[in-house]
Design a protein around this ligand. Structure first.
Ligand SMILES: NC(=O)CC[C@H](N)C(=O)O
Length: 299
């Protein structure tokens, strides 16, 4: 097994050249105007081993979008306990897209897992606080305090999300309310979720959050941290999670901004940003690069 910190920019550049030659197709998310206008060529990567300072290059600050969901789950577990969480959201991989209404309907209104929109919306509705602003702020403050990070609400991105009402998420929220899994009004649930998804950070801070999950201050993982890591592994990449787990094995969570957080057990964490997405909503270049990195580490 090679060391994560043996991966340098000169290691990665040839891999990226090879990946570019594959001419992989990808698209920007059209339903969030600000994300639909980014430069598809932008790229960033940050790597940190448990026992070394981190390093990275390229784009450094990104919207987190769904890559924040594991940390919503961890916070909710700490606030509500695992028994209550298991009554609010399931822990099985999803067979359909991350915002599938059909999946929620097929499951009788019970959200399949916390890594897809329905599960995250349900969890967000149960977070401490009475308004979306308050729930998101308490969550963000706690993440920054525990992780010594500087996540912030990207208000321009939130305005962009709100400028094009997401009918699918509205439908998911309505179904969750009807099935009794919300802990707040529909409006507060959706507002909280949208705000949480508009938290942004440096790739370095995202990696720090990942390290805190797999190696909390050098301690063994708590029951909650283990549960979150397992759900990243089994559900983090939506309907591609099982295949990726078989091919690559690294617990990885994606976001529709084109960001990926990958955990290298016992070694460290990697954050990658490349905005073009495949049909499952995962970063095309980021996924291809993770496959190269995993193969290199296994050598
Ligand atoms: N996969 C994602 O990152 C989706 C997040 C986005 N806020 C949405 O609800 O569609």
């Amino acid at each position: 097994m090679r060391d994560l910190n043996s991966i340098t920019q000169s290691t990665v550049e040839p891999w990226l050249t090879d990946i570019e030659r594959l001419d992989l197709s990808g698209e920007l998310p059209s339903y969030i105007p600000q994300l639909a206008q980014v430069d598809p060529q932008h790229m960033g990567i940050y790597i940190q081993s448990l026992d070394c300072p981190g390093y990275g290059w390229g784009e450094s600050s990104v919207p987190l979008m769904s890559v924040i969901k594991p940390f919503v789950l961890l916070y909710a577990l700490e606030q509500l306990g695992i028994d209550k969480i298991k009554r609010i959201v399931g822990h099985m991989p999803s067979d359909l897209s991350y915002n599938s209404v059909e999946q929620l309907q097929a499951d009788g209104g019970f959200p399949r897992n916390p890594m897809i929109n329905s599960g995250a919306i349900a969890l967000c509705s149960h977070l401490p606080g009475s308004t979306g602003m308050e729930k998101c702020q308490k969550f963000c403050d706690r993440l920054n305090k525990d992780g010594q990070t500087h996540l912030f609400l990207d208000r321009q991105l939130l305005a962009s999300v709100e400028s094009l009402p997401n009918v699918i998420n509205q439908e998911l929220t309505k179904l969750l309310a009807q099935s009794g899994y919300l802990g707040s009004s529909e409006a507060v649930a959706l507002d909280t979720y949208q705000r949480v998804c508009c938290l942004s950070s440096s790739l370095a801070d995202l990696v720090k959050l990942g390290l805190g999950l797999i190696d909390p201050q050098g301690q063994t993982q708590s029951e909650h941290q283990l549960w979150v890591t397992q759900l990243i592994q089994t559900c983090g990449l939506y309907e591609y999670s099982t295949e990726f787990s078989r091919l690559v094995g690294l617990p990885t969570k994606s976001g529709v901004s084109g960001v990926l957080l990958s955990l290298v057990p016992q070694q460290g964490a990697i954050a990658i940003y490349s905005p073009l997405l495949d049909s499952t909503g995962n970063s095309v270049v980021g996924m291809a690069l993770l496959k190269r990195i995993a193969a290199y580490l296994q050598d």
